[in-house]
Each structure stands twice: as structure tokens, then as C-alpha cells.
Design a protein around this ligand. Structure first.
Ligand code: GLN
Length: 396
């Protein structure tokens, strides 16, 4: 008898997350971890208190599968003041285990085998496996690094238009963008929106860094939500989470906002994938969503300060940096160091220098495209960044 492969074709067709593997290697080698994007400073005390209170108050059983009523109401209220969108909390929201689940549940809910989904490259590594798991075909459109034609990461409009066709079911947009830090402009989003309308495609927008961007009025930097553009409210799935905004990446509480027909599909998949997100943490989410504007202003200022610090350190050390306008990562060009590729350079950084980063190739489908790039994150304590700065001096 022929032995059957024990692991499925799908599960064998992607590898472990490189980002998460780097965290493990950092721990193994005692390196300062500037790889995986999570804060090493405490989560806000009042948000933690709200979670503990919820557990004490015995909010410890399943919440409604698509999200606790109070939490959905809080998300709708915050979405109203922040984005100006009126969302029906009973029909247009599903609460998930992080934005990771929101994205895979969405793809499983909307994609049929062979449907195409467009993504900008470099891209956040999850989207590749998401496409495989949902039997979709990924089409890549290049984000070009800043150059003399454009001071920020940019795409070719003809290339994007050519990627759309009658099989295009959706486009994934991450804004602010991981890993490049690009914040898509209103004009770029309008161009994408018009293509979505022309080709009857959905926009799946990952907006978990919506509050983490650095105002620059002269260059028109601001976060624009796709769902707020004319004609896009009903063809956009807006994906978000508590993780980055409230510094609680381990809580795994995310959500998707979309029109009722889409939300029904996503809820159905979500129900059987995970049943629901942690009930007491959703309750803490009610508190978090009620925080005043100053909370978000402070978050922005703090991350801007950290960005500027790390940019200075990296540039001094010999990295060419692509200055991010949002999120909390810096993509750097490492050609000045003369390493064969990003993986070898990363190993050197982790083992000999003592700083962990993410190799650039993990954000590209063809590894050669990222072979001279690595990603640093700066969502870390001042002491952590200062200690990393000191270790990086050895590279000079
Ligand atoms: N979003 C975070 C990052 O890009 C964490 C991702 C992950 O665990 N894969 O680093």
C-alpha cells in the first residue's frame, strides 16, 4: 500500500512564521528583540484593571460568538467619533481572535477556489498562508521603495490596473503599512477604490496601525479609512484589533466591520473556527474604546519620538533607512555591510551583535527581492532601544 502523506498539501505549502521564529531566536541567543512587533513596556494600567475587574465580576463564560453586545456597541461608538462612520453594532461587526483571525475568517468567507486577491509587495507575511488556506490566487503589485520620483513607497498605477480582472475578488490594503510604514494617501485609495468598483471587487483593509502614524501636513500624511470613501462602505471589510492601539498584542482581540451580508459570512466562519474571543478581554475593550482623544495623541507622539531615535541610530551605524510615516517598523537597506543576504546578516546581528530583526525576504514572494533588507521595530522601552543602539555600535 502506498503511504499517504500525513500532512495536507495546504499545510505543507507554507513554513512557520519568520517573524515569530525571530522572537524565539532572540530569546535563545539573549538578543534584544527588535523583530516581532509587540511592546515590551507595560500595557496601560487602567486597561489591565478593567480586564481583572471583568474576571472578578465573573465575565468568564462564552461571549456571544460574534462579540459581546457591550463591546460591539463600544466599537460602533468609537468608529463613529474616529472615522465618522455609522456602523450597526448588531449587524455590521464581528469580534475575532485578533486581526489575524479577522483576516483569515474574511478570506474563507468571501473567496472561492481560484478567485484572485491582489496584495502590495512587500507584504505582511500572514497574507500568503491566508491565500493558500482559502484556495485563493494571490496577485502581487510592487510597492517601490522611495526614490527620486517619490519620497515615499509607491506603486505604478498601470501595474495595479493590470492586476485587476474578472477573477479579482478582493484587494488587501494595509494602511499604515507593515513592513514599509507607508500611509496610503487619499488619492491613492481613491484610485484603488475606483478599480474595486469597476471590477466589482472587495477591499479588505488591515487598519490595525490606524492610530500610529506621524502627521506631516506638508506631505499630506493622515490615516484615511477606505470605508469612508464614496462607494466603498459596502465593499470594504475593515479589519482592526486592540493589539497595537492599546499595547495588548497577547490578548488576541480583533474585529471586522463590513456590511451585513459580508459580516454574516464572516460570522459563520468565525463561529466554527474559534467560537469567540476572550469574554473578559472584550469587556476591557469596552473601557479601552472609551478612552479620550488624548490617549491616541500620546500614543502617536511617543511612537514618533521612538521612530526618530531609532532612525538616528540606524543611519549613524550605516543602514540606509526608509523613513516610515506610520506603523512601528523601519525597513533598512543593508548593502553597506557587504553580506550575501538578509538571512546571513540577521544571523550575524542576532548571534554576534545581540539584536534581533526580521529578514527582509520574509516580506517578499521571491527572497532575492528582500535579500538586502531587514526590518527593525521600535515599539520598545527607551532603555531597550538605547541598549540596542549600544550593541549596534559594534557594526560600525
Ligand atoms: N504584526 C507583528 C509584526 O509584524 C506581529 C506579527 C506576528 O506575530 N507574525 O511583527
Amino acid at each position: 500500500m502506498n503511504l499517504k502523506p500525513r500532512v495536507s498539501r495546504k499545510a505543507s505549502s507554507f513554513t512557520e512564521s519568520v517573524i515569530r521564529e525571530m522572537t524565539r531566536q532572540a530569546t535563545l541567543h539573549g538578543a534584544i528583540n527588535l523583530s516581532q512587533g509587540f511592546p515590551d513596556f507595560p500595557a496601560p494600567a487602567d486597561i489591565k484593571r478593567a480586564a481583572c475587574d471583568a474576571i472578578e465580576a465573573d465575565i468568564n463564560q462564552y461571549a456571544v460568538t460574534w462579540g459581546a453586545k457591550r463591546f460591539r456597541d463600544a466599537i460602533a461608538a468609537k468608529t463613529k467619533w474616529h472615522l465618522g462612520l455609522d456602523i450597526d453594532p448588531d449587524r455590521e461587526i464581528v469580534v475575532t481572535c485578533g486581526s489575524t483571525e479577522a483576516m483569515i475568517a474574511t478570506m474563507l468567507a468571501v473567496m472561492n477556489a481560484g478567485d484572485e486577491v491582489i496584495v502590495f509587495e512587500p507584504y505582511y507575511e500572514n497574507y500568503g498562508p491566508d491565500a493558500i488556506l482559502s484556495d485563493s490566487v494571490m496577485r502581487y503589485v510592487t510597492l517601490h521603495a522611495p526614490d527620486e520620483t517619490d519620497s515615499t513607497w509607491h506603486f505604478d498605477r498601470d501595474e495595479l490596473r493590470a492586476a485587476f480582472n474578472e477573477r479579482t475578488k478582493a484587494i488587501i490594503i494595509t494602511t499604515p503599512h507593515n513592513p514599509t510604514g507607508k500611509v496610503f494617501t487619499r488619492d491613492e485609495l481613491r484610485f484603488i477604490a475606483d478599480l474595486c468598483i469597476e471590477f466589482d471587487a472587495l477591499a479588505l483593509t488591515d487598519e490595525i496601525y490606524e492610530h500610529i502614524w506621524y502627521p506631516d501636513a506638508a506631505r499630506g500624511i493622515e490615516h484615511v479609512a477606505m470605508a469612508t470613501l464614496d462607494g466603498m462602505r459596502d465593499r470594504t471589510v475593515t479589519i482592526n484589533s486592540l493589539s497595537k492601539t492599546y499595547s495588548v498584542t497577547g490578548w488576541r482581540v480583533g474585529y471586522a466591520i463590513a456590511s451585513p451580508d459580508l459580516i454574516n459570512g464572516i460570522r459563520q466562519v468565525h463561529d466554527f473556527l474559534t467560537v469567540g474571543a476572550a469574554a473578559p478581554l472584550q469587556e476591557a475593550g469596552v473601557y479601552a474604546m472609551g478612552l479620550p482623544r488624548e490617549y491616541y495623541d500620546h500614543l502617536q507622539t511617543e511612537y514618533q519620538r521612538r521612530r526618530d531615535f531609532l532612525l538616528g541610530v540606524l543611519e549613524e551605524t550605516g543602514f540606509k533607512c526608509y523613513r516610515p510615516d506610520g506603523a512601528y517598523y523601519i525597513i533598512t537597506d543593508i548593502s553597506a555591510f557587504g553580506f550575501e543576504d538578509d538571512v546571513k546578516f540577521t544571523q550575524h546581528l542576532i548571534k554576534d551583535i545581540g539584536v534581533a530583526v526580521v529578514p527582509g525576504s520574509s516580506f517578499y514572494r521571491k527572497s532575492n527581492l528582500g535579500a538586502q533588507q531587514v526590518r527593525f521595530c521600535y515599539c520598545k522601552k527607551d532603555e531597550t532601544l538605547a541598549a540596542a543602539a549600544e550593541r549596534l555600535q559594534k557594526l560600525r
